[in-house]
Write a protein that binds this ligand. Sequence first.
Ligand code: ADP
Ligand code: ZN
Length: 219
Amino acid sequence: MFIVLLGAPGSGKGTVGEIIAKDLKLAHISTGDLFRENLKNKTELGKKAQEYMDNGELVPDEITIGMLSDRLKSDDVINGAVLDGFPRTKAQAISLDEMLNKIDAKVDMALNIDVPFDEIVERIANRRSCMGCNEIYNIVFNPPKIEGICDKCGAQLYQREDQKPEVVQNRLEVYSRTAEELIEYYKKANTLITKKAGDKVGKTSYDVAREVEELVNNK
Ligand code: ADP
Ligand code: ZN
């Protein structure tokens, strides 16, 4: 089974993705994490992606699609995957359908996590990432036990370059520009599920994950 996560930066995609991937025994594939790994290891691909990422722009489709296509060939994708951050453009969505078609699979569900914009801006400002394991914290709603230190692995937390206010603004603009066509695409394919979430709606990432798992298990 393949589940695609749509939703703005800061919508909780990462948290929801991690939970459902673990519970449904699917690989969790985050293109953002894959790019950051390449940056850290100073690979050719990382060098090509750096400038776009630093500015909060999308990395060009050829690079992104190639990277994802390689990742889908790994052994851990045997049962399927939760795709977090891919597709981000219609061209990527079309390529994904083609890639999955070749292995007799398809996108079974496109989950759109809909969180109010003002809440997203606030969340991103409060977000900290672990240098060691990429775990994400919110210093207000989900702080680590010891300030600045990851609960899971003990490494230091930091604010990602692309979580600084100017870049966040641009990432949100990029998101607004591209979200609509993806939502349309999956609406037409009859796989779109929208879940409203956020503090004002009274629904956390954990609630969303549980509802999705129920849906999958009752199919
Ligand atoms: P976000 O919190 O914005 O969802 P991600 O960690 O998913 O952040 O992605 C970080 C950056 O990696 C993006 O701003 C973009 O530059 C790049 N990126 C990730 N996924 C894609 C994609 N599918 N297409 C193009 N660029 C991508
Ligand atoms: Zn950690």
